[in-house]
Write a protein of this length. Structure first.
Ligand code: IPM
Ligand code: MG
Length: 371
């Protein structure tokens, strides 16, 4: 198959992890005889530096023309420290989500058995965790009216939701629960917020159509506690934009590193795939970032193109490499390899037929000119 992929590396470690993801895509294309064409485009602080705009029109166009978008990371401390900045890198990502109608952000959290001791949480608490967060992505407080009073002494961010906005992502989450363990948890703050009451009402109505799904309702403060105390009770977590932003960072802790978690943003137009971590500016240029989240985002991207065997090959290779302890410093500060080495190894293993363990061991005894 021939596919066009828009590649938006963005800021900080974005370009380093994206490089590894491209190696993986190239390896997949060789092995499975596909042609991937990459369309590199600017976003974030990198785009501001070059064009003054965090999301230039050409970038939106490249994404619209693509079969999928691969995204690195966004954000630069020079803007974080300046609350008066008029233009911010993050605006690029937010506008892109809105322009492509990416209303659902899907963040799966799966444990790697071999990394269970890297988690700050006790093994008996987390074992068996396999959940996915469906976060609404183009509404709520992120996109409501915002502003300051004339004297600058008060500010507001409105949170708005419509039944339609809630229904479309909730339907997606119910369908996902149907394919999984048939449990859906709505996370809201219905004891305080009117928008949350609308979420609850809409989800309750929709639940009638899915009698086989067990539906549970949790207030966000309680949910924040539960995902840490007993994450394995969850299957599909459905929530609005801001709560989803917070809960999904929190769930990433369970696995031991935020550098492991991929995401897909889907909706009306081209889907976008990105690691859930940010631009990690302290690590930029040091070749130490964990590329696994981006490589697993590639697996999700391949699935969206119905390349299921290809995605499986990526996932099983990642598992194998992690099992062998070939990881970046976030996962093992005492014994690690670089970001680009992880990318090289995964790409090589995807392409080669070194499937049995003996060949794999040989690879690391220097029989192949790799490390
Ligand atoms: C995320 C990020 C973004 C968000 C930022 C970079 C705007 O934290 O994708 O979770 O808040 O949605
Ligand atoms: Mg976030």
């Amino acid at each position: 198959m021939e596919k066009r992929i828009a590649v938006l590396a963005g800021d900080g470690i974005g370009s380093e992890v994206i490089k590894q993801a491209i190696k993986v895509l190239d390896a997949v294309s060789h092995r499975f005889k596909h042609t991937f064409t990459y369309d590199f485009a600017l976003v974030g602080a990198a785009a501001i530096d070059e064009t003054g705009d965090p999301l230039p029109e050409e970038t939106i166009e490249a994404c619209r023309l693509a079969d999928a978008v691969l995204f690195g990371a966004i954000g630069d401390p020079k803007y974080d420290d300046d609350p008066k900045a008029k233009v911010r890198p993050e605006q690029g990502l937010l506008k892109l989500r809105k322009s492509l109608g990416l209303y659902a952000n899907i963040r799966p959290v799966q444990l790697f058995e071999s990394l269970i001791d890297r988690s700050p949480l006790r093994e008996d608490r987390i074992s068996g965790t396999d959940l996915v967060v469906y976060r609404e992505l183009t509404g709520g407080i992120y996109f409501g009216n915002k502003g300051r009073s004339e004297d600058g002494k008060s500010a507001f961010d409105h949170c708005d939701y419509t039944v339609e906005e809630i229904t479309r992502i909730a339907t997606m989450a119910f369908e996902a629960a149907g394919r999984r363990r048939k449990k859906l948890t709505l996370v809201d703050k219905a004891n305080v917020l009117e928008t949350s009451r609308l979420w609850r009402e809409t989800v309750q109505k929709l639940a009638e159509k899915y009698p086989e799904i067990e539906v549970e309702y949790l207030f966000v403060d309680n949910a924040a506690m539960q995902v840490i105390q007993r994450p394995n009770q969850f299957d599909v977590i459905l929530t609005e934009n801001m709560f989803g932003d917070i809960i999904s960072d929190e769930t990433s802790v369970i696995t031991g590193s935020i550098g492991l978690l991929p995401s897909a943003s889907v909706g009306e137009q081209t889907s976008l795939f990105e690691p859930i971590h940010g631009s990690y500016p302290q690590a930029a240029g040091k070749d130490i970032a964990n590329p696994v989240a981006t490589i697993l985002s590639v697996a999700m991207l391949l699935e969206s193109l119905e390349m299921f065997d290809e995605a499986k090959r990526v996932r099983s290779t990642v598992n194998k490499v992690i099992e062998k302890g070939l990881v970046t410093p976030d996962l093992n500060p005492e014994d690690f390899i670089s970001c680009s080495k992880v990318g090289d190894i995964i790409a090589l293993l995807i392409e080669s037929d070194l499937d049995d363990d003996t060949s794999f061991e040989n690879l690391f005894e220097g029989k192949l000119p790799l490390i």
